[in-house]
Design a protein around this ligand. Sequence first.
Ligand code: MG
Length: 215
Amino acid sequence: MRCVFGKSIRSLVFDLDGTLYACPEIGTQIERAAVLLIAENHGLSQAHARRVLQDARRMLAETPGELPPLSRTCLELGLDLRDFVRVLEEKAHPENYLQPDRDLEALLRFLQSRYGLYVYTNNGFFLARRILALLGVEDCFRHIYSLEFAWRPKPDAEALQSLLAEIGGLPDSFLFVGDRYHVDLREPANLGIAVFPVTDPGDLMQLPSLLGDTS
Ligand SMILES: [Mg+2]
């Protein structure tokens, strides 16, 4: 047994896309939705809107390679995040790609018996809930903190503070889990919160041993 994180952890906060599941096709659909929204709002062709989006993401990257999330980029391009959520719901079809993940469900049920589990995502609430339902893990979480929670996409220190206050507990009672360090984990790490970066949802299976839990 390998226990890396402190015994004081009570709440596990998971990113959704790329963390609880990996599906490039859904990522492509989400990006296409953002392109359509930019084209619609600025009266551009889709090809032009795609270039605008790509250029904006590159310009907003604080460090080369650390692209900002689509939601934040849309916000910076003057779009209404409510429209972003609406277009995501219309254009993303996770039901075409996802199916119940029994290993993930078993892991989350095990963790759920010991910790409060939460999702913190830049996705809209209904799309996030649909994805979790398709994976068969919808009822494992106490709450889904989606874009609607604060209308401030990750990474955002203020939204993070609101989330921590709502869940409650000292910084050492949290563990944040995510696939993009600069989006999901840097802000919590700055507060002294434990973080677990994953490159693949399969990495999540290490959590029980890292938390010092035996089955
Ligand atoms: Mg992610």
